[in-house]
Write a protein that binds this ligand. Sequence first.
Ligand code: TK8
Length: 338
Amino acid sequence: MKPIRRTTLALAAAGLLASSFAAVAQDIKPRLIRFGYGLNEQSNQGRATKLFAEQVEKLSGGKMKVRAVGAAALGPDTQMQQALIGGAQEMMVGSTATLVGITKEMALWDTPFLVNNVKEADALLDGPIGTKVINKLPEKGLVGLVYWENGFRNLTNSKRPVTKAEDFDGIKLRVMQNPVFLDTFKTLGANAVPLPFSELFSALETKTVDGQENPYNTILSSKFYEVQKYLSVTNHVYSPWIVLASKKWWDTLSKDEQNVLMQAAKTSRDFERKDTREEGAKALADLKGKGMQINELSAAEAGRMRDKLTKINATVAASVGMDLWNETQAELKKIRGG
Ligand code: TK8
């Protein structure tokens, strides 16, 4: 009996070895993947894109190559989305907020104060609701692979510390090209101006707009501290990023090639969230060090702001449909109870 067992073990070991070299025997062709993103190479988005590219190359045995192009050099989010739909570009990562014109269900993620912390965000995005929203993309010519963390958004401006809703009065605030964000900041009393991210730094520099809102990581990596004095800790919404592929192109890939991309995307997601959170935890101190004046909102003012924004829920519910809205609330209850 014993020698046979040995043989079985040896065979099992050989099997393991073979599976780690499986890429060689898989149906994988040489592929060049143009992958666009909006932030710079030194950002959390840039670092995770680099890791994705390395994973794709490794898992495909060097056959699939990712040409990563940052800083919106392939165009702002909305332009890249159209390039993906048309098949002129293979992949991108960008904001879910700029996708709302294509897939209205994406507006769900724009709901102010939808989640209270990143644990809830992960559970919601990686669970049945996140999947349901992602599954709305293929009929529009896009394939959604995973959600990355952009993060909780905070307000900066060059005019004054915002400590209460009334301080928004007269502030020209850049918002993403998205109706919910526009509505949110109009409701708070700001003069909200939609602009693509790629135009934001120079708009702040030339004072075409006074302020903007983004996670600490982005305020740091995009050097907004050079042109913005005040940062108000508002955490008004959690923004995801989404890794997208052109469906036209995706459908030409073999199952093995699709698996390589999906696996690499999941590894990049786990890396990106960890990296973003580590950087985010230090970023506020870094921004202070760069000369930004930071203020928290009092509990009472934060509460007033929240109350003002509850009416946005109805706008989102109307956009995504009452069923999805109710399912989301039920799922959040489950996440919070569990
Ligand atoms: C980067 C954008 C950015 C977003 C924005 O392309 O536009 O403010 O938060 O991350 O997607």
